[in-house]
Each structure stands twice: as C-alpha cells, then as structure tokens.
Write a protein that binds this ligand. Sequence first.
Ligand code: ADP
Ligand code: MG
Length: 514
Amino acid sequence: MTSGEREQRLAFLGLTEDDAQLLRALRPVLEPQVDAIVETFYAHLLKFPATAELLRDTVTIARIKQIQRDYLLRITEGIFDEAYFANRLRIGQAHERVGLSSRWYLLEHGLLFNLLTPLIRQHFTGDPGRADATIAALEKVFMLDAALATEAYIASDRHRHLQQLDSIVNDSADVIFSLDMEGHFRSWNRAAERVFGWLSEEILGRHLSEIIPPELLRQGELVQIERDILGHGHCHLETRRLAKDGREVPVEVMVSLLRDPQGNPIGRSAILRDITERKRLEEDKLQSERLAVIGTMSARLAHEIRNPLSSVTLNLELIRDEVAALTHQNPATGGEARELLRALDSEVKRVQRVTEDYLKFARLPRPRCQPVALNELLDQQLGFMNSSFAANHVKLVTDFAGNLPVLQADEDQLWQAVLNLIRNALEAMPTGGTLTVRTAARDGWVGLSIADTGKGMTEEERQNLFKPFFSTKVGGTGLGLPLTQQVVVEHAGTIRCESAPGTGTTFVIELPTQ
Ligand code: ADP
Ligand code: MG
C-alpha cells in the first residue's frame, strides 16, 4: 500500500495525531490489565463453536493470546505508519488462512471494543469528555483495522480464486490458449506445450498461423472460423494443427469470442482436443469393417476360382502329356511349347497360392484354445523347416526361456501366425542371414520374438505393415501380417515390430497366460 493510500484511509476516518496522543495516554491504564482482558477475550471465544474450534491445541491458544496482547499494546503506541498497516494486512491474511471467516474477525473487534470501553470510562470517571474522546479514538483505530482486515480477506480470496482458475486452465487435459484481436498468442497452457511442443514463453506474441498447416491457411480455414465467430460468437470444427516439429495433430477445436467486462471483443479463446487416438480407433474400425466385407467377398471369389483353377492345372498336365507324346519321336521339337507350359504352370501355382492366402484369412475361425507348451511347439515346427532354412542359407538360433508358463491358445493358428513372420523373415534375407527365435516369461505374459538380419524396413513400411494388402513384394498378397495380427489379437495379445533399413527386423508377440 502506498503512503498516499494510507493517508487517504486515515483522513477518511479522521484519525489524527490528537487521537494518537489520546491512545498513547491509555498505555499505563492498559498495560497492567492486558492479561486479564486477553483471558476474558479467550474465555468468550470458547463459548462459540466457530471460534472455539480454532482453539484446539495449546500452541495455537498461546499464540492467539500473544497476538491479542501485542495488538492492544500496539494501539497504545499511537503510531499508524507503514509498518502498522503492513502488520494489520498480514494478520488479516493469517486469519483467512487458518479458516476464520471475516465475520468472526470483525466480531472479535467488537468484543475487544466492548471489553475496553468500561475500563476507559472507569479510568476517566472525573473527566467524561476525555473518556469520550479516547473511546472515539479507539473506535477509529478499530474501524481502520477492520477495513484493513477486510481488504486482506478480499485480496486472499481473489488470489485463491485466480489460482483456481489458473489451475483449471493449466491442469486441463485439453489445449487452451487465447489470442488478441490480431491473432497473436496471449496465453498457452501446459497441455498446449505438451501437444504442440512450443513452450509458452516461445509462442506468446507469435501469430496463430504458426500452428496452422499451410494448405489450410491457403484454403481459408481461418477466414471461415472468423465468419462463424462473428455470426454465432463461437465456432466448432474438426481439423488439423501443426506442432513445432512439423507433425500434424488431428484436433477438435472450439473457438469463442473473448470480451472485456464492457462487452467489447478483445480476442479469441480456443480449446483444442487432441483426437489422434480417437481418429486411430475410427480408422481401425473402418479398416476392420472394410476387411470384413473384403473377407467375405474374397472368400467367395477365391472359392469360385479354386475349382476352375484345379481344372486348369489338370488340363495343363494333359497338354504336357500330349506334347510329350507328340514330340516323343523327336524330343528336340516342342521345346518352346514345353517352356510355355512351364511358365503357365508356375503362374497357375502363384494364383493358387494367393487364393489359399485369401481363403485362410477370410475363413479364420475363432480360436479353439487348449493348453500349449510354446517352447515344444516351436521346437517341433522349426525342426520341420530345417531344409528350408538351409536352402535359404539361414542360420537358426533359438533362445527359449526355461520356465515358460503354459499358454491357452489355438495351437494351429498360433503356429500359422509365427510361420507368417518366419516366411517374411526368410524373404527379407534373400542371400541368407540369421533367424533368432526367442521366448520369455514376464509376470502374466509370455513373449515370443522373431528377429532377422535382413533388409529391414523404412519407417513408412513399418507404419503400414499390418494393413491388409500392403506388400512391397512382387506377387505378395499383403495378407500375412494382418492374419498374424488377427490371431494375436484374438488371443488377447499384442504384436509390435522394431526395424530399421539394413539392420534387420524383430517382431515381438506377447500373449497373456490367463
Ligand atoms: P507379404 O509378405 O505378402 O508382402 P505381409 O503382410 O506378410 O505381406 O508383409 C507385408 C510387408 O511387410 C512386406 O511386403 C514387407 O514389405 C514388410 N515386411 C514384413 N516382414 C518383414 C521383414 N521381416 N523384413 C522386412 N520387411 C518385412
Ligand atoms: Mg508375408
């Protein structure tokens, strides 16, 4: 509080040097009685639950008594300077903190006043005029103190209120920021820092366009938002925003007009929700719906193709026999026909393989779970593949955990899932390498990893791995990994992939043991 503000309050009450002098003269009267007054005051506080509640322990009681004693003696010093004001404001804040409402604080002053006036009258019995003047001076001081206490209460209250607002904004899970009329950032909460990677001190003062993807700016998204705000006072939309590192974040946005207390527009406030996760779920759902349709369709298609295909294969055999018979006499002839037949045969085989892939995927039944000892299953099935590994110049390394719990799983499907990973691994190592198959146990989960030393994949490939029909291979169906994922998910497990170009790929499947 400035000295001007102090003067103003003293002048308003008419608290003058004369009053101060009268109060100073009170000191010899008050000093011997101060303990008795404080005791009476304290006894009175005990009679009322709201005040008695505060007097629970001896330390508090002693402190309150000391504060009252100091206060009464301080009044009789008759000095109302900066230190006095500061002290009164502090006492008010302290009362607010211990939870004594301003009402009780003011009533306490009334009580003290009632305790003091009879003493003054008694002391100045021979001089009623002096008694009245002293009581009037005392009243002014008490009024001043009550006013200061009220100010302290209001200030604390506002402070708490602001803190609360601050924490609502800052601890919000949603991004909240505000803009001035020109579109410069004026506030930026913690969620905004988290989602967009801009610290508030970096972005304040910058323009909103920092977080708008350039093509949306060009398409006039901001103009559209402004039009809505001016029309309805707010605007709600789903769009994308730009993080500091250039990442685009899908968001739901609510922009409102900010007004000053007189109702003049002073800017915009925006609440943004990061909907990456929601988008992903929607995408997944769409994907699985699409997949279901494709599944049924391709199953029918594959089914329809299968029979004509077998007859094509059969007829090829017959033609080959015919050609063989016709060229029996002279094997040098018919070479070209034989070559063509071989090519046809290999193409037909490919179509058959693709058809089988589709059928397997579309007809994947619900898993029939039985106890499965994973290590034994792998050991046995990998054993059957030895010749295949040798042909591909692939060295198999196994590292099985000793005490692997038994899984509840569909053994056929599980192996099918693993086999797809192994096939991919072999295909990723066309000139050979090492295939490492590991199992591990971790509380409630069994882990299985398949690692190759093959060509690895780019980040983009990694992102698209599990999408049906995604394939980088000539003649690949892109159905192997979706099938593997489907099996894992139906076993309540998870699958993830770590890979980098040139260093190889590791797939990790984790399955719950319960
Ligand atoms: P497909 O094998 O028919 O291509 P998948 O669903 O099995 O279909 O695999 C999809 C794609 O994922 C592959 O085409 C390949 O690009 C990539 N991929 C899968 N496994 C590996 C691996 N071990 N190393 C490198 N790329 C892989
Ligand atoms: Mg595959």
